[in-house]
Design a protein around this ligand. Sequence first.
Ligand SMILES: *[C@@H]1O[C@H](CO)[C@@H](O)[C@H](O)[C@H]1NC(C)=O
Length: 172
Amino acid sequence: MAQILQNCALIFIVALTITSFLPFGSSDLIETTCQKTPNVQLCDNILRNDPKSSSANLDGLTLIIINSLASKSNYTLKMIDQMLKDRPELKSPLTECWNHYNVISTFFILDAIEAANNGDVRLGEESMYEVKDFAGQCDDEFKPNPSPFVNVHQMVSDIADVTSSMFTMMSM
Ligand SMILES: *[C@@H]1O[C@H](CO)[C@@H](O)[C@H](O)[C@H]1NC(C)=O
C-alpha cells in the first residue's frame, strides 16, 4: 500500500513537472502559427504581449489577435470623438468614418469572434475582408484630401490579414 502511494506521488510529481513546461510547447505554436501569416513580426508582437497566448490553441490565438483588432478600432473611435471637437470643419467625413469604424467594432468583430469560436473559416475570412473594406471607406471620405487615418487603416489592414490567414489555417 505504501509502495502504491509512493508511486502515485511520483506520477503526480512527474505530471506537475510536465505541466510546468507546457508554456514552452505553446510558444512553439505561436512561432509556427505566426510564420504562416503575412506579417510574422506583428503576429508575434501581439501574441507575446498577451499572457493568455502561452496556453492557447489556434482558435485561442486567433481570438487574441481579433481582440487587438477590436482595441485598435475602439481606440480609433475615441480618436475620432476627439477630432470632432478639435476640427469641426471635418465634421462630415469624420462622422462617416466614425460610422465605418463603429460597424467594425460592433458588427464584424463579433462575426469574427463567433467564427473563431465555431471554427467557421468562411465567416472568419469574410469578416476580415469587410473590416479592411470599411477601414478603406473611411479614408475615401476625405478625398481628394489625404485621410488622417491612413496609418490606422494600414495597421487594421495588417492585423486583418494576419487574422484571415489564421482562419485559413483552421481549415487545414
Ligand atoms: C470595443 O468596443 C465594443 C463596443 O463598445 C465593446 O463591446 C468591446 O468590448 C470593446 N473591445 C475592446 C477590445 O476594447
